[in-house]
Write a protein that binds this ligand. Structure first.
Ligand code: HEM
Length: 275
């Protein structure tokens, strides 16, 4: 046992015709800005890209202006702060990785721009998992991990089964030795038990609690809901062109169908006099 996979939720973006749910994306942005952004950057996302979530240009301008971004140097060679503009990226929560680690028990919170891609499995050691690709679910495993980690990963009093999902048996380890190791396992000081984090001990304190954000659309903000929404938002951040890619795939298939028809017609025409 050990190394269990988190459950795979239903995501609207999987499948050949999959697309993002705008309401989920907008709620996920609220979770990121309201909770995660205190510790995690989103360095690859520019405010103007939020148009894809269904916001107008004016809304984006107003949203960007709520941030202070560093610019410069000016004529005197100095850096200065100014209100954010649509062209800017989300500002990082810490000035550098050392400061980020120092504020978080020695472990810097990773930038979340590509986290869903980085934690997706099934694409790893043996190359592309073709079945996953066909189903269009290549990022769903990464999203499921983020959703599970935050939505139901933190456990106050972990059972043996909880520990088995994050502590795998070592190669050649006997059943008894593995059980004994699980039994004895304790989270080191400064860490937190999370049943979906490899090794079980995570430096991130549980960031989600009931009503951690107040959703603009009135959806009840349970930890599970917030975890789901932020996992969808971070999937979009990891692959903002997912919808365009799928549309292109459908166009390619339609083209191939039509082209096959043309080839058959041409072939019949060419061979029509041959008996
Ligand atoms: C790690 C997501 C809020 C501090 C992580 C990881 C993810 C994540 C996906 C990587 C886990 C891995 O390596 O597999 C989020 C989300 C948040 C959030 C979606 C908001 C809902 C926070 C907050 C803090 C924080 C508020 C600081 C108080 C950290 C730290 C790590 C981490 C220190 C490194 C953990 C380790 O490697 O032991 N987070 N996080 N996170 N996060 Fe967060």
């Amino acid at each position: 046992g050990g190394g269990a996979h988190p459950p795979q939720p239903d995501y609207s973006f999987t499948g050949m015709f999959g697309s993002f749910d705008r309401a989920e994306l907008q709620r996920g942005l609220q979770v990121y800005t309201g909770v995660c952004a205190a510790c995690h950057g989103l360095d690859l996302v520019r405010f103007r890209e939020l148009e894809a979530l269904g916001y107008s240009e004016d809304q984006i301008k107003a949203f960007a202006a709520t941030y202070s971004v560093e610019d410069g140097p000016n004529e005197d060679g100095d850096m200065y702060d100014r209100p954010g503009e649509p062209k800017d990226r989300f500002p990082a929560p810490f000035p550098n990785v050392q400061a980020a680690a120092a504020s978080n028990g020695g472990k810097a919170p990773p930038d979340l721009s590509l986290i869903v891609k980085n934690r997706a499995h099934g694409l790893g050691s043996i190359g592309l998992n073709f079945v996953d690709m066909l189903k269009g679910g290549e990022f769903a495993t990464g999203a499921a991990y983020v959703s599970a980690l935050l939505g139901h990963g933190y456990v106050e009093e972990p059972t043996m089964a909880d520990k088995m999902s994050c502590l795998a048996a070592n190669p050649g380890e006997s059943h008894e030795a593995y059980e004994a190791r699980l039994e004895e396992f304790e989270v080191p000081a400064g860490g937190h038990f999370n049943k979906w984090f490899p090794g079980c001990a995570i430096k991130m304190p549980n960031p989600l609690y009931e009503d951690a954000v107040e959703y603009a659309d009135g959806t009840p903000a349970t930890p599970e809901q917030m975890a789901h929404d932020v996992s969808v938002f971070l999937t979009w951040a990891s692959e903002p062109t997912l919808e365009a890619r799928k549309e292109m795939g459908i166009k390619a298939l339609l083209f191939l169908i039509v082209f096959t028809g043309i080839l058959i017609a041409v072939k019949r025409n060419i061979w029509r006099n041959v008996k």
